[in-house]
Design a protein. Sequence first.
Lengths: 614, 187, 299
Amino acid sequence: MAMETSFALILPVAFLAGKVSPALRNVVAVLAAAVSVLLVAVLYGQNLKLDYYALPFLGVELAMRTDALAWFFAIAVAAIGLLSIVFSLRYMQGRERLDFYYFAMLVVNAAMLGIVFSADLLSLFVFWEVMSWSTYLLISYRGGKAVAAGLKYMVMSIAGSCAMLLAIASLYATCGTLDLHGVAQGIAKASPGYSLFILLMFVLGFGIKNAIVPLHVWLPDAHSEAVSPFSAVLSSVLVRMGVYGLMLVMYGVLGEAGLARLKLGPVTFRHVLCWVAGVTILVPLLIAMLQDDAKRVVAWSSVGHGGYMLLGIAFGTALGVAGGLFHTLNYAVCVALLFLAVGAVEHRTGTRDLNELGGLMKRMPVTFVTALIAVCGLIGVPLTNGFVSKWFIYKTLITEGYPFLALVALIGTWATVLYGYKLIHNAFLGQLPSGYREVREVPFSMQLPMILLSLAVILFGVLPGIAVRAIGSAQASLGLKALESGLWALPPAVGELNTINILSGVIASLALVYVAFALATKARRVDQSDSYGAGSYVPMDRYQYSVNFYQRAHELIGPYVRDRVDEFYRWLVGKAEGFFEQARKMYSGNVNTYAAYIVIFLALLIILKLGGQI
Amino acid sequence: MDREEILKMLKSPANWGQKYSLWVVYFCTGCGVIEIPPVITSRWDAERFGVLPMATPRQGNLFLITGYVSLKTLGAIIRTYDQMPDPKYVVGFGSCPVNGGMYWDSYNTIKHLDKYLPVDGWIAGCMPRPEAIFMAVVHLWQMIDKGIATGYKRYKENYGYYERNQREILPHLAKFGRVETTAGRNS
Amino acid sequence: MLTRIALILALPVVGFLVAVLFMGLSRKITARIQRRYGPPLYQPIIDVVKLLTQKENISHGILFDLGILLGLAGAFVTIVFIPAGGIQPLSTSGDFLVVLYLMLLSPLGVALAAGASENPNASIGVSRKFILALGYEVPFLMAALAVMTRFGTTSLVQIVSSQQGSVLDWGALALPLPALATFLVLPAMLGIRPFDFAAAPQEIASGPMVELGGKYLGFAAIQGALHTYIVVALFVDLFLGGAANMLTFFAKMLAVFFVGVCINAVLPRFRVGQALRYLWKWPTILAFVGLVIAALRRG
């Protein structure tokens, strides 16, 4: 708890320190982030509650609490925040307004920690708002197109926050308190229609942040235009605050009984939410396949994988909720790593257009290996963390008898395979254009976060039990059935998955194959120009053959996977602007017209007051 | 397989493999290649000898120089030959690689392939019939057995001689200078 | 425990031998269909021996090497998780979902090696391969989900044992539409004509294998053979009842493979767009209807 107050003190210190010297500011920023990681780690396993502010005129005590669910999200937030700040040290060097940048990064960090640690809805809302506007500041940091992207984000975020505020005010009026337990008890007594209304308002608010399908339009622009370290934080933990909020509202406030009451015939609210999540998986991941800008690919992938998390959580079984929460953690690690890697490439080559890059594996090997591991984690190759969480989700969908949702999830993974390979191929494989022959690897302070994150990908893939146990206690803290699991194997009743056996199989096969490989003649290394070119040479720099990498698929599915929601919003905005343009004509600037308005309005008032007694 | 074959196989599996799995680089160098499709299709079926056409030089180990060799093609042939991994065999197919054949007085063809590439065997004719190709394959097997199909070794040992000849006739060959190519020049 | 380890080691070896036999059979049967004699049945062994004993090998770097190694190792690992006529040593460590994702390892390895080849033909070949995979995975996943829903389990061992009763219990008769759909996409999964455009020798100079020579090509050839084994074994396990002993299992595999060889011998090649349109039309419709029926029967 003390960290919150210390954070509140540190933020202006970081800003002021920058005025003294850049090195001091960097040290303060990194220390602040590191200290927060330590403080959160110390809180493992504890259930505390702290009242920190009283609002006597509302009769509300603002409180913070820590329990297993809060700790799970907090450690992810703190760790990725620290790694992003370490990455920014060299990435952002030489840009302007850096004091402001580090200040805003720390504010975002603090706000997210505040969100997960808040015990009542009002502090949740306050920290949510702090996070929203500080995110806007960071998204539009670069200026230019980033300002428009930030504005789009801000408008949608405000809409979501208004919905949340409406729900919170209504809950206060109904239940008399804003404490989570009190609200839960209050809602249990209310009608199903009322709880559906509250849930819908919260789903709007949290769904806009988590970017589920009709509400996702801000995400691709915002993620691509923000600076890479912040994109990493944004897509890995910031949007997952929506997941945290949904967990809290669906299971902490409404509870399973409350959710079960919301149905219309055989179709429950859970079904609807699962299908929304299904659409969120399928269409954005197919759109990601067709993008040419590296960060847009990862941004659309963020939207799609948010669907996996929502699917797992909305599905409700122990395996499902565990899968959804585990995927939140896994995806956070993978996408942060991927944004950092793309940022590293952009830092050295100056571009993130996939149609211009190529062959960087030879010049930036560490970035390549970590990006490859991240993409394998996204896809769900066995032995990476993404595989285990996706396995949970598929298994529960199939055993509970929802094959169509499982089909959508599985096809989403194949779309991920396609765009993942395209990202790796266009940036790192293939031929190295002569313009990039002198590109160097990024400095160590940028490599370190990437290496640590890729180790986490492998660790959680081979020993998933480490995280699944924490998730089990998070589930228990919300009153859900917890998933039991061993360190690397699941109990037979749950399913057949033993990651250590898979690992040993892979290692043994690799060893066997390597022996055969080494016994044959040692290979001679040839240069890039000594490649098959039909008796001639492959023209270098004359054409970039990774353009239109999936041309045929693009032709077939392109027309169907346009972002129609974005087009709808733009149409709506266009119509609204047209309407407001017309309405503006009321202000003609002519005093006679204004006098006429006043006279007519008074006449109308008098007529209304007299009623029918003229 | 009779007992002799089995003994030969056990003595040197590498030779056994090289013999019965000659993969031809499917590079049609000249008009002589018109005889190759009949050889590899059903009527004369080269596959029963283990001979298959392969798309790229990395995958092939037999190079049939079919027909006349113009100067431009020679550049491509040399590059293709350089890209093949050892052990590799070159067979001059038709009269043109032997002594110029029908184009003995042309300004644009080379008359003696032997000066630029090490050749393991020749097939005379214009064109040779498919049966002649099979006789050449069997002859190559015998040479491999005796260990005298050593064109690739000759190339490495006498590389100076071959390179001088190549440089004399094709001074602009890319391997002698810059490896990057610009518009208009591709060999 | 020791028998388990012995089985785990033996299964890939047996799979490898069967795969090599299938390759030889494929060339011989294709030859006979084309009214010629064809190479001897042990020709693939001669080819692999030649490739592995080649005196010089060409490599494009460390990822080139590692990619090919991963491709072959991934295939061996996948074989161990597929029941083969009563032999299922690692059945409690991985179910059908694990197998579906282990099947990703070996194409990924080959794709990485192809990317490291620095050749446009290789990249085009890999992009075609992935597009084809997206094409056949849609109907195949529907059919696989229909099987898992109908038998109520994700474990391949249980799927096989549910089909042991009689011929009427076979997946092909219990789920005729998904079985037909999978049969229609089987050539795509095997990478044979009419869907062999990913490694088209005449168009893109053998695609991903353009720079592979010597031991690399040998490993890639073995990986292709093992991939055929994996796909045909999965088909037999899902739809043809698996088997209680290995001989019956391999006989069933041979039957399926024979049909594949006949199709490969007589058909020409699709273009990529044509292939996608075919795969997403009738096989998808059949598999989808089959899935709906299976879901309704369960629910």
